[in-house]
Write a protein that binds this ligand. Structure first.
Ligand code: 9MR
Length: 384
């Protein structure tokens, strides 16, 4: 099975020793790690472990966000479209496909030699309205097939992998009662993977979901992949989205989950990594997310600046989690952040709109944050 790693061969051990010696002699300083941090990009730093990605948006692809585009080229070797390849944008009317924007994403990745992850072919959310109105099973099945195959076929040879199915599970690990499941039964999952493979045999095919560290959901995801495999669908990898917090999930849950997914014999990918630093209304006893928290200081405490104490906690959390990724880099092929800088993160608007969040490695001015250096240290510190 081909994967990212075949494109990024490991350095030979004796070469690594030679490089380390040269660096030790050349730097001869205590803070060698900090020095190296100035010169290495994320993708270079982790080139022997996994590829490093980011979700990107239209402003970046059209280079209106030129600083974002610059960082995408310098720091990352894979990108995922944050929104523009979802069903509502790709096929807004039945049988009418809008390829213009998606083509620009593909051009950007091809031109800059950045591997492209298609996101996504089948999802109950951000669907076009017309799909929801279909009443017949036959028509829905034909529409799903046409959607998957038309898009997958268009980009064959230009896409590294597809999130074929996104978020098909409930929190308890059972299958989500989406309109696809309701009308087509679990066959829609098997068929979607088979249709994608038929249309683009070269692309890798993934199942992608959130809360993949929770016990019940993890069991459900494993069962789902096994069911797909048993029914003859090819699944190359499993995507743990990784929208995480400063303390949840625990490091143990993260590690256990990586190992459990790797046991399926497929690639494990961290596909939408970010760490919120803001309070979550669901954690508050008696708090209803439907309550209006907008403008509440309690829920939006860092409107001017992230306090140094929290910034340090965030850096440590990133470092701890990346240490686990590095430890299991033989099982992990990709780590993708869900956005490039704090200013563009979806977490400024979820679960409460208009807050100021700081979940990524670059700040609103595109500067590297302590979290960036925390991550980089994992790559450069041989004791981690
Ligand atoms: O980041 C995306 C945000 O801009 C959209 O408003 C949102 C709509 O559902 O989708 C976000 O991306 C999601 C991704 O496609 C699938 N996993 C969860 C992500 C965060 O909601």
């Amino acid at each position: 099975m081909k994967n990212f790693k075949s494109h990024y061969p490991k350095l030979k051990p004796n070469l690594l020793i030679a490089i380390s010696l040269v660096l030790i002699v050349a730097c001869n300083e205590k803070n060698i790690t900090a020095k190296k941090s100035e010169t290495l990009s994320l993708k270079e730093a982790f080139k022997n472990e996994f590829v490093i990605g980011a979700a990107v948006n239209d402003q970046l692809i059209f280079e209106e966000d030129s600083l974002g585009a610059k960082l995408a080229k310098e720091e990352f070797n894979t990108i995922t479209p944050e929104n523009s390849m979802k069903w509502m944008y790709m096929e807004p009317q039945q049988g009418v496909f809008e390829f213009e924007t998606a083509d620009r994403y593909i051009d950007f990745s091809t031109k800059n030699n950045i591997a492209f992850i298609g996101h996504n072919l089948v999802w109950h959310s951000q669907l076009a309205e017309w799909v929801k109105k279909i009443t017949s099973k036959e028509e829905l099945n034909a529409s799903l097939k046409n959607h998957v195959q038309t898009i997958a076929a268009r980009y064959t040879g230009k896409i590294h992998g597809w999130d074929v199915v996104n978020e098909a599970l409930n929190e308890d690990g059972t299958l989500r009662n989406s309109l696809f499941l309701e009308k087509l039964g679990p066959d829609y999952l098997v068929n979607s993977f088979k249709w994608a493979e038929e249309a683009d045999p070269k692309a890798e095919l993934y199942y992608n979901d959130y809360n993949m560290t929770r016990k019940e959901k993890r069991a459900g995801a494993i069962e789902l992949v096994k069911m797909l495999q048993k029914n003859g669908a090819r699944v190359d990898g499993i995507g743990m989205q990784a929208h995480w917090g400063l303390t949840d999930p625990t490091l143990e849950e993260i590690e256990t989950s990586i190992l459990a997914y790797a046991d399926l014999g497929i690639q494990v990918m961290i596909t939408e990594f970010d760490i919120t630093v803001l309070p979550n209304p669901w954690d508050l006893e008696g708090a209803e997310v439907s309550q209006n928290f907008e403008g509440s200081e309690e829920m939006n405490p860092y409107t001017k600046k992230l306090p140094d104490s929290v910034s340090t906690l965030l850096a440590k959390r990133y470092k701890d989690i990346f240490s686990i990724f590095k430890k299991h880099s033989d099982k992990i092929s990709r780590v993708t952040f869900w956005g490039i800088n704090d200013g563009v993160s979806w977490l400024n608007n979820w679960p409460i709109e208009n807050r100021t969040n700081y979940p990524l490695l670059f700040d609103r001015e595109y500067n590297k944050k302590p979290a960036y250096y925390g991550v980089l240290e994992v790559a450069t510190d041989s004791t981690l």
